[in-house]
Ligand binder design. Structure first.
Ligand SMILES: [Zn+2]
Length: 666
């Protein structure tokens, strides 16, 4: 999900625009750079892509929507394979619609409205499981023996243990038959109804992910957490009133019309979730892009948004294919919710993403539609195909995807990737830096979603700071090398549920030890860095004066007048605060207009830059190309000598503008 969607986009694009204008007017650095060349096509050095995942849990679901009462009645068969190395005596089900059952659930009980939207429920929702039997078994209803609530939480029913009547050995398979009924809530977070619009996510009884050691990674639905599940195939038949348009994960494979109802069958293979929407006012556009059938569903009068979304996919789908391995599915559905249901926007599901924004989102130079579309599309790789544990390590999805989003948008728009008009530009990278600057010591990036103090803290660290860490490593150690390394990771671990350790192992082999150390410290140790300059000294360099005893006897040499000096010796001291040791460039500017660049490997706490030359040192700038986006305070990276205050203040103002915008550099 795009975090700033809630803050800036769907919450009111005009207020956001005001915000961008303020930045832009204050901080203009001129016209945007031209877009860089698209990434190279796949190279022979890429790891081979897996054809498909090990399938653990596959679902056949028949669901019928009562659009008046906002209920979904379902029958479900789960084909489950014990791919772990242990016999199983129990199953864990996620009943995440129960997060909206009442105000005492884990999700809703915070008095502050702790979720992404901060919303409280208006009309509640829940899922009732009517029956659970093993096909071909003794007909016993396993649901009767379930635990009644989530572990150690009598008020929550989102994480439910069901004992098996006999152990399921490694390699053994099981078909489970369930009946369930959903009451959808009035739209809260991403799920529910508004009028006749329905967005149906986290809606069916779903197995938690089975780990190789035979434990289930199960967790109650927490307001700060997203999801984690096994791969499988989904065959879902949706029965809705005639006149409703459906959008769903997967490809449409069946269609029937009968007695005022429409029944559409969808098939999604090698995925780990299934979501859908039904509304009687959707308009639709379809287009084949990079071999994928792309369909956009949008409200009336949103044609410009639909076109902008397709344009984003036209650019970003081939871009991501080249960067992270080809999108393997035949279809992709984009859903632009009506403004009354904005909270279902900005979200990712397999083969289906939701965008959002008012009808005027494309006006005025802001790329808001491109930002949200590119972000959610990127999730098809970082959430969909990698499928890391978003509860335990959310930064592996949202943070990496925020980097991918910024990289793709900047490839398309240069530094004007979020806003560009009137010669002013704001980039995603600059915003990520802005949102996360000076928050590096608040909490660890690499921790569970529920462990963050607030969702705002999670947003700053998991989304923005993670993206800033990756962008810093890319700029310091080489963008081509880093992007290639990230592409190796996304290909090698496709369908594999990778962890932080898997990522770092790839970085170790593709980059080097210093990069891995920086990534490890930044993710796990709250490491920060701040380079600063404290003093500049210039002294005339003249022949030594004094009394000298030499072979020819004693000699007295007089000091020359300083203004006669032909050379000056200059020194500047650069300090490194924080524990991140990143190599950095230091630019020296002399009074005669010449410049020099010095390199510091970033080890040690201080670095003396000495120079002997014909001109005095006038100013110094650490990291002139702003590669170290993590630098906590850029205002102390620049210093000039005393005595030229007017030019200095102009120079400083320009520098401050560039720093705050952060939208220039390599
Ligand atoms: Zn996201």
């Amino acid at each position: 999900m795009r975090r700033v969607t809630q803050d800036l986009l769907l919450g009111g694009v005009f207020s956001a625009l005001g915000c961008w204008f303020a930045y832009a007017l204050l901080l203009s650095t001129g016209a945007a750079k031209a877009p860089v060349a698209p990434p190279r096509a796949a190279e022979p050095t890429w790891p081979a892509l897996a054809e498909g995942p090990p399938k653990v849990a596959s679902y056949v679901i028949e669901a019928k929507l009562d659009s008046e009462r906002h209920r979904v009645t379902g029958r479900e068969t789960i084909h489950f394979v014990n791919r772990s190395n242990s016999a199983l005596n129990e199953l864990w089900f996620h009943l995440y619609l129960n997060a909206f059952k009442n105000d005492k659930t884990l999700f809703l009980r915070s008095p502050f409205g702790a979720g992404r939207s901060g919303d409280k429920a208006k009309e509640y929702g829940y899922v009732d499981v009517k029956k659970l039997i093993v096909r071909g078994g003794d007909g016993q209803d396993l649901w009767a023996a379930r635990d009644r609530h989530s572990p150690n939480d009598p008020d929550d029913e989102t994480d439910i243990r069901v004992p098996l009547s006999s152990p399921l050995e490694p390699g053994a398979e099981l078909s489970l038959e369930l009946e369930f009924e959903d009451q959808l809530p009035e739209l809260i977070e991403r799920t529910g109804f508004v009028g006749s619009y329905h967005f149906v996510g986290q809606w069916f009884p779903k197995l938690a992910r089975l780990e190789p050691n035979g434990t289930f990674s199960h967790f109650s639905f927490h307001a700060q957490s997203e999801f984690y599940a096994d791969f499988g195939d989904y065959d879902v038949t949706l029965d809705v009133p005639s006149g409703f348009t459906i959008g769903a994960s997967g490809s449409r494979v069946r269609e029937e019309h009968e007695k005022g109802r429409t029944r559409l069958g969808y098939r999604a293979e090698n995925v780990h979730d299934f979501a859908w929407t039904a509304w009687d006012r959707f308009e639709a556009r379809s287009e084949r892009i990079a071999g994928v059938d792309v369909r956009v569903l949008y409200p009336p009068h949103h044609e410009r948004n639909a076109e902008a979304e397709l344009a984003s996919v036209r650019f970003a789908l081939p871009h991501f294919n080249a960067r992270y391995g080809a999108y393997p599915y035949p279809t992709l559905t984009l859903v632009h919710p009506p403004e009354s249901a904005a909270n279902s926007g900005g979200m990712e599901y397999p083969q289906l993403i939701t965008t959002g924004g008012p009808w005027y989102s494309t006006l005025g130079g802001g790329h808001f539609i491109d930002v949200v579309t590119t972000h959610e599309l990127g999730h098809q790789w970082f959430y969909g195909l990698l499928a890391s544990n978003e509860h335990a390590e959310p930064f592996l999805d949202e943070g990496f995807n925020s980097y991918a989003e910024a990289e793709a948008l900047e490839a398309r728009y240069g530094n004007a990737s979020v806003y560009g008009a009137f010669g002013l530009s704001v980039s995603s990278t600059a915003l990520n830096r802005l949102f996360s600057a000076a928050r590096g010591e608040d909490e660890k990036i690499a921790q569970g979603a529920a462990d963050f103090a607030t969702f705002r803290s999670l947003g700053a660290l998991v989304y923005s700071r993670t993206a800033t860490v990756l962008a810093t490593v890319a700029r310091v150690f080489g963008r081509e090398r880093f992007n290639h390394a990230l592409g190796v990771y996304t290909r090698k671990f496709r369908f594999q549920h990778p962890t932080k350790a898997d990522f770092l192992n790839v970085m170790q082999s593709e980059l080097d030890g210093r990069a891995v150390t920086a990534l490890t410290l930044a993710f796990s140790e709250r490491a920060t860095v701040d380079y600063l300059v404290r003093e500049i000294s210039n002294a005339p360099l003249s022949a030594p004066a004094g009394v000298f005893d030499g072979p020819g006897g004693r000699e007295q040499k007089k000091a020359e007048a300083p203004h006669d000096a032909a050379e000056y010796t200059s020194r500047v001291v650069v300090y490194r605060h924080g524990t991140l040791q990143l190599p950095v460039e230091i630019e020296l500017r002399f009074e005669d207009g010449t410049k020099q660049l010095r390199h510091w490997d970033g080890t040690g706490f201080t670095f003396n830059v000495d120079n002997v030359g014909p001109s005095k040192l006038a100013s110094v700038q650490v990291d002139p190309e702003q590669r170290i986006l993590l630098d906590d305070d850029r205002s102390n990276n620049w210093l000039s000598t005393q005595g030229n205050s007017a030019p200095r203040s102009r120079e400083r103002a320009l520098y401050a503008a560039q720093v705050l915008l952060g939208a220039f550099g390599p």
